[in-house]
Design a protein around this ligand. Sequence first.
Ligand code: SF4
Length: 214
Amino acid sequence: MKVNEIFATIEGETSLTGIPMLFVRFTGCPLRCTYCDTTYAYEDGAEMTIKELLTIIENNGLPIVHLTGGDPLAQVELPELVKRLLENNRQVILETGGSMDIAPFVLDNVRIMLDVKTPGSGMAHHSCLSNIPLMRERTDEFKFTLCHREDYDWAVDFISEHRLTEKGCVINFSPVTPGLPPAELADWILKDRLPVRLNCQLHRFIWPDKARGV
Ligand code: SF4
């Protein structure tokens, strides 16, 4: 597997915000979002065996492992790694850009954080819509990263069209930073009484000067 970085941090997004966990960032992503803040993970990284990765994870001691990227689903050996992590009693957070099939990872103790790409990302046409019925109530979460009002309106329509609120998953609305002021997005959400979670990146507040490893 090609790994870009491994680090202990505080979860900065979704309803798990604030919880300590170990992040494993894999190299490579099939998408190229306009606002991507991990472009350094497109190519850079080192090949590691599953055994080497498991040893690092085991020695680290944190019980929750967050697999991210890039997009971890681009790693062909990901199903085997997840299987081994679960055998080792780890909880797994799996974060994906949403362009690939999540079906092999719909497992107990795996929480899926699925991006729904908006027009502002430039990647909306790559979303794998067959993932939506697989998302589980009170376990998996959707994330929309919003660049502007047009993205917000598009996301509201998407939620309605795909009946996302009826699924019982948390729906995160993240403002692109810099770009969309969080207060502006908060006003829209409140005005519309929208049942979504305003998702600001806590790690950017804790470590404002760190571009990597947070
Ligand atoms: S899916 Fe994530 S990692 Fe991939 S280009 Fe988009 S923001 Fe970057």
